[in-house]
Design a protein around this ligand. Structure first.
Ligand code: HEC
Ligand code: HEC
Ligand code: HEC
Ligand code: HEC
Ligand code: HEC
Length: 204
């Protein structure tokens, strides 16, 4: 057979055949690792807040219950944020109200909410419900870490889809006892699919 490629081109082709797939594998592995790394998902990063609020002082030191300030977490979809009046109920007497408290006082006077920055916000297309998790006995710490030890609030888990699904596939393994949707079966094409892993469980 006539030689199609010069020996040099042939050698280059052979090298490319070996090197290109290796590069592709390396790229895919890097992308996979990045998608799962905490840094990509801002784990451990605090947000700039109007007042340097500390859970370590209030929930840890003073021992205030989470529900005292986040009353919705036990039953509602949203955990909710404390009203400025709640802060001032202690801070007008117990502790000097300094210039630091201006954002809370302004909000109370204007009858609006203090604008706290969120470190856990999910994208718009994802559904979440605190009450459903509380009913199944999933602790705040499973998703938020040891908040009572945080001087500044940070995200403790990636909260990416795979992380949610790890528990939704087998919540019992994580000590959860589903009583709602999680306790229901669902058959798709003759196969039993756990109801909690259906796309519509978490997507609108
Ligand atoms: C004295 C009121 C108070 C108590 C008690 C309290 N928190 Fe908070 N929490 C706040 C305030 C104010 C913020 C907003 C500022 C910040 O993020 O640090 C907040 C923010 C948070 C956030 C971040 C919210 C977001 O949008 O990302 C989580 C999670 C949280 N709290 C969980 C808890 C848990 C768990 C407990 C109990 C261990 C608790 N909190 C007790 C007042 C409180
Ligand atoms: C299964 C995981 C999970 C558990 C358990 C959980 N949270 Fe959350 N929390 C989240 C997610 C996810 C968000 C962001 C929700 C969003 O963006 O819609 C959030 C948001 C919050 C916020 C911000 C305000 C809001 O409602 O969006 C606070 C405060 C909070 N959680 C407190 C708590 C407390 C207190 C508990 C325990 C009683 C708790 N969470 C249990 C995952 C969890
Ligand atoms: C039950 C009473 C109580 C409530 C409610 C309360 N605090 Fe406090 N707060 C305290 C006490 C006590 C201290 C510690 C004072 C000290 O150690 O000097 C403190 C300390 C602080 C400090 C100083 C922190 C530091 O690093 O020195 C800030 C800022 C603060 N609180 C903000 C808030 C905000 C914002 C709210 C409402 C979300 C709030 N507090 C609700 C009792 C309270
Ligand atoms: C540690 C385990 C665990 C983790 C982590 C977890 N979930 Fe859940 N989730 C559950 C259990 C258990 C239920 C079912 C509660 C029941 O049936 O009583 C549930 C229920 C829900 C529901 C209510 C479904 C309905 O319609 O009733 C939504 C929405 C949801 N989870 C979204 C999420 C999202 C989004 C994440 C990740 C940010 C997440 N969950 C992380 C255990 C978990
Ligand atoms: C247990 C809750 C849960 C279930 C079930 C779930 N998702 Fe998600 N999904 C999430 C969360 C949380 C995010 C946002 C974080 C992320 O991008 O990983 C997300 C993000 C996505 C995104 C956007 C990804 C991106 O890069 O922006 C798509 C697309 C998606 N989901 C499709 C699906 C499909 C299809 C199913 C059913 C096979 C499904 N999801 C089931 C929780 C869930």
């Amino acid at each position: 057979m006539a030689q199609l490629f010069s020996p040099r081109a042939d050698a280059r082709l052979r090298i490319a055949v070996v090197v290109l797939p290796l590069l592709a594998i390396l790229l895919a592995a890097t992308a996979f690792a990045l998608a799962r790394s905490g840094k990509t998902w801002r784990v451990g990063e605090a947000a700039a807040q109007p007042i340097p609020f500390s859970h370590a002082i209030h929930a840890g030191g003073l021992g205030l219950d989470c529900g005292f300030c986040h009353a919705g977490a036990a039953r509602a979809a949203g955990a909710g944020m404390p009203a400025g009046e709640l802060c001032l109920s202690c801070h007008q007497r117990l502790w000097n109200v300094t210039a630091q408290f201006a954002p809370v006082q302004d909000a109370v006077l204007a009858d609006t909410a203090t604008t706290w920055a969120s470190v856990n916000r999910l994208p718009e297309h994802v559904r979440f419900h605190h009450g459903a998790h509380a009913a199944a006995g999933v602790s705040c710490a499973s998703c938020h870490g040891a908040v009572e030890a945080m001087p500044r609030t940070v995200r403790a888990e990636t909260l990416h889809m795979g992380w949610c699904l790890d528990c939704h596939r087998n919540p019992e393994a994580r000590g959860a006892v589903p009583v709602g949707l999680g306790a229901q079966g669902y058959v798709h094409a003759g196969i039993e699919v756990p109801a909690l892993t259906r796309c519509t469980a978490c997507h609108k």
